[in-house]
Design a protein. Structure first.
Lengths: 398, 517
């Protein structure tokens, strides 16, 4: 009956509640973190499956992993809603948020929304395949809804473990938060996969896409996590999880099932080696250490510094590492540069060349000062959003 | 774009648009595969990419292994995927089924291999991979999706509002004025964003729908322009392919047509209304995409045209149009275009007024020849049409059939509304020309001896004649087919005996498919 109390300038508190007793339990956060991990690994596995075996039935193990993550996310968040609405004591109820009269931690609501979106996308996608053909375009309305749902579960998991971290002292709980943050970055890397092959890392679009995608997440994590070097740790999780998939997937024998087969692969195709985000993340952490607390116009200034720091490290690191990735030295199990081409790829010199870098070509996309300025503006904008999100996340209590 | 690339592009484009037959996309085969008499039904997907359902009936007393491989005309045989194994159908003997993905639009052939203790055999059956129908959104699914969308939107607004309003409040602290203001601002902004997202999603869906419809061919293809002119004592029919089409006829000329039974084009001219008059003629090329034919003595009136084509990619299609024929010119004027010797026609009304499938139905032809449609169960969609015919001469003896353009029989099927048309042979309803093209492709690219299969290839004719060479009565004709939809159909069966082509006409009413138990 919390709504009966009038708000006053002074803080109103529900009688019989003690904020110190409302620390969220560990297990729901862990389970949602597992769900988020299943979904993200499932997407990476599914991409490899499509590139190795081809499009397949709904019942592939990779799809099952994704939907298991969705089901787990829905069940955990649903149980949390039941628990907080009907079975929790007043203190626990008072540490939750209210949606449609029911109560649950905010992360549970977001994850539940994601599970419902994934559930909705399933019959929608099935009909879409029957009506327009199977995955004529990968980015379709039902797939966008599925992607939103998966994002919802991962972000919900992030919020749930964040709430626990924010309740605990001395950085306790921040490890799981940083792990889920790393998964959050992995998922972002998967969504922009088609723009971040080493062959594209001498073209302007790569840097602009990365400027939109990564500073936002790394800055938000850098602001929200209560551990030292949070953005760096988050980037390390991203690199470790992505690398593990690069190393593990090609261990499994597989062959294409759909024509035409131009590249007769014999093992699961690897995803590209992860970006070396740990270096720009280090720069972000350094900037945030000195000027993380900012508001108003000062926040805009910090965003500009963050963008500059990100690009000043990211551009040279990727520029030179991409050269290595296209050399024969990277054709091994560790970097897997020669194991990333799908069964439908007609292999040729282009696999070891940089794309869109010939000024004479109509589709040239050169890294010019102007292109870098665009990337800088984008990085500044997303850094500003990251600061905003991170600042809010630091305060999330429910 | 380089000219060669342009040709390839246009070839792909055309292949992605064309459709064999009208309203009858499924493909059937009947004949020998290795030592076994085999019947194959390929249920084509309505969209691309999609899964073709394949059933194979093998007349064998031993268990066999059946596998399928899709071979695309656009890629090398060496780029085909590994075989897909068919599974035995539970409760059936020697019936196998499986599914096969057809990933791109264009001409494919399905290579079916059978392996057993008695030996090995294979056959390849050409199919067209093209979107042929628009699937409606079932009302129940639509209602479910709308309900879930409303739930997602409402929950999305409420969650974001809660995030803004109370998520950062310590436990037990109630939202104050500021928090409530944040709550409502967040709710309003989220509602606006979601409304824009829904509008964008609707626009996106409509764009996808429009894009799909450019690849959807529900009727004939390519466009067919038809004109009649009188030259001397002849009426000449001028046909032009591809006019007003998205593909100009210049590109069509580059595509090259493959001869089917030795003819570039098989044109069926069917009288309107009632489909009483029927002619099967063979126009010859007069220009890049132009063809002409001397018309037989059909009376003045309106006619529908169904024009069967096979492109050099192995893709087959049926172009359609309607035309009004003037009366035949009088007198014995000059003949500028000799008629094709294999042209055939019938002016007689159907000999069969009704249909009683439980008894034999006989069509009496000029000269006393009789063609009898053997008694069969009532016709149903998606079930064996039981098109088995017996040919007797005037004395009642089994007739001696002669190959008519390489086949023991040709048949055409037309639904009364003209929206379903198919061209059948004893071996099946696929394009024989496409089969020859794929035979050559497979032989050439597999490194084996080129077969150069042609209509002069006696072994091919034997194979195409289906079961008739298998010790059965040679006057019996069996045409593997399943009617695709309910309706009233007319079946024209053409045979050649005594040097003359004869056409029998039958009617049948096809009921809806039986519901699966």
């Amino acid at each position: 009956m919390d709504t009966e109390i009038e708000s006053r300038p002074a803080v109103s508190v529900l009688p019989g509640t003690d904020p110190s007793e409302s620390t969220p339990a560990f297990w729901p956060g862990l389970l949602l973190a597992i769900a988020a991990t299943c979904i993200t690994l499932g997407i990476m596995w599914d991409i490899s499956w499509h590139e190795t075996i081809g499009r397949d039935t709904f019942w592939t193990p990779a799809h099952m992993l994704i939907y298991m993550g969705g089901a787990m996310g829905g069940c955990v968040s649903g149980l949390l809603a039941i628990q907080y609405t009907f079975r929790a004591d007043p203190a626990a109820r008072a540490s939750s948020t209210r949606v449609f009269g029911a109560r649950a931690p905010l992360g549970a609501w977001v994850a539940m929304w994601g599970a419902i979106a994934m559930l909705t996308s399933a019959p929608f996608d099935n009909w879409w395949h029957n009506a327009y053909g199977l995955d004529v375009k990968i980015i379709s309305p039902p797939h966008a809804l599925l992607g939103l749902g998966m994002f919802g579960i991962v972000f919900g998991a992030l919020l749930l473990v964040l709430t626990r971290q924010n309740h605990l002292q001395n950085g306790a709980g921040s490890g799981l938060f940083i792990f889920v943050g790393g998964i959050f970055v992995v998922m972002a890397g998967v969504f922009v996969l088609e723009y971040i092959f080493p062959n594209q890392q001498h073209a302007a679009l790569f840097y602009q896409v990365c400027a939109v995608t990564f500073p936002f997440r790394l800055v938000a994590m850098g602001r929200a996590a209560r551990a030292s070097w949070p953005a760096t740790r988050t980037a390390a999780v991203y690199m470790l999880v992505s690398s593990l998939m690069v190393w593990i997937l090609p261990l499994f024998p597989a062959q294409p099932k759909l024509a035409p087969i131009f590249n007769p692969v014999t093992h699961m195709v690897a995803l590209p080696f992860p970006l070396l985000l740990i270096f720009p993340a280090l720069a972000i952490d350094l900037v945030l250490r000195r000027m993380g607390e900012a508001a108003g116009w000062r926040r805009v200034g910090v965003s500009l510094v963050l963008a500059l720091a990100f690009l000043a490290v990211f551009v040279p690191v990727q520029w030179f590492s991409a050269r290595f990735m296209l050399s024969p030295l990277a054709d091994n199990w560790f970097f897997a540069a020669d194991r990333t081409w799908s069964y439908g790829s007609r292999l040729g010199p282009w696999v070891t060349e940089f794309w869109r870098t010939n000024p004479a070509d109509a589709n040239a996309n050169l890294v010019t000062l102007r292109a870098l300025a665009v990337a800088g503006a984008l990085a500044a904008a997303t850094s500003w959003l990251g600061l905003l999100l991170g600042g809010w996340m630091r305060k999330v209590q429910r | 774009m380089k000219p060669r690339l342009l040709v390839v592009y246009l070839t792909i484009l055309c292949a992605s648009l064309a459709q064999a037959h009208l309203g009858s996309p499924d493909v059937f085969y009947d004949g020998k595969v290795g030592p076994w008499t085999t019947g194959v039904a390929i249920r084509m997907p309505l969209v691309v990419p999609g899964r073709a359902g394949i059933t194979v009936q093998v007349e064998s007393k031993e268990p066999v292994t059946v596998s399928f491989v899709p071979v695309s005309s656009l890629t090398a045989v060496s780029n085909t995927p590994p075989p897909e194994l068919a599974e035995p159908v539970a409760g059936e003997t020697n019936l196998y089924s499986g599914e096969l993905w057809l990933m791109t639009g264009g001409a494919y052939t399905i290579l079916i291999r059978i392996h057993g203790a008695s030996g090995d055999g294979s056959v390849q059956i050409p199919v067209n991979s093209v979107a042929t129908a628009q699937l409606p959104l079932p009302p129940l699914l639509g209602d479910i999706l709308i309900t879930l969308a409303i739930l997602l939107v409402a929950a999305g607004i409420a969650i974001v509002a809660a995030a803004a309003g109370e998520s950062s409040l310590p436990a037990g602290v109630l939202p104050g004025t500021v928090a409530r203001r944040k709550y409502w601002i967040a709710a309003s902004v989220t509602a606006l964003v979601l409304a824009l997202a829904l509008a964008g999603g609707r626009k996106w869906w409509n764009a996808e729908e429009t894009d799909f419809r450019t690849r959807l061919i529900e009727g004939g293809w390519p466009n067919l322009a038809a004109e009649v002119r009188v030259a001397g004592s002849q009426r000449l029919l001028d046909l032009t392919l591809g006019e007003d089409s998205s593909v100009s006829h210049n590109s069509l000329s580059r595509l090259d047509l493959a001869p089917d039974h030795g003819k570039l084009m098989h044109l069926y001219v069917v009288g309107k209304p009632g489909h009483q008059i029927f002619a099967h003629i063979h126009p010859v090329r007069s220009g890049d995409a132009s063809f002409e034919a001397a018309l037989p003595p059909l009376p003045e009136g309106d006619y529908e045209l169904f024009c069967d084509l096979t492109f050099h990619t192995g893709f087959s299609s049926t172009a359609t149009n309607s035309i009004h024929l003037p009366p035949p010119p009088a007198g014995n004027g000059e003949i500028s275009l000799p008629p094709d010797p294999d042209d055939s026609w019938t002016l007689a009304p159907p000999a069969v007024a009704g249909e009683n499938p439980s008894a034999d139905t006989t069509c009496l032809l000029p000269g006393g020849t009789r063609i009898t449609w053997k008694a069969h169960p009532p016709s149903r969609a998606h079930q064996d049409a039981a098109l088995q015919f017996e040919v007797r001469d005037a004395a009642g003896r089994p007739a001696v059939l002669q190959p008519y353009m390489g086949m023991m029989s040709h048949a055409a099927i037309l639904r009364s509304d003209g929206l379903v048309f198919a061209h059948l042979h004893p071996a099946g309803n696929y394009s024989m020309a496409a089969q020859v093209l794929f035979d050559n492709k497979i032989d050439r690219e597999s490194g084996g001896p080129a077969t150069h299969a042609s209509l002069a290839d006696h072994a091919k004719i034997e194979a195409w004649c289906g079961r008739s060479h298998d010790g059965a009565d040679p006057s019996l004709i069996s045409l593997p087919y399943q009617f695709p939809t309910p309706g009233n159909y007319r079946v024209w069966v053409q045979i050649k005996t005594g040097g003359q082509v004869k056409t029998a006409i039958f009617d049948t009413t096809v009921s809806p498919a039986a519901q699966a138990l």
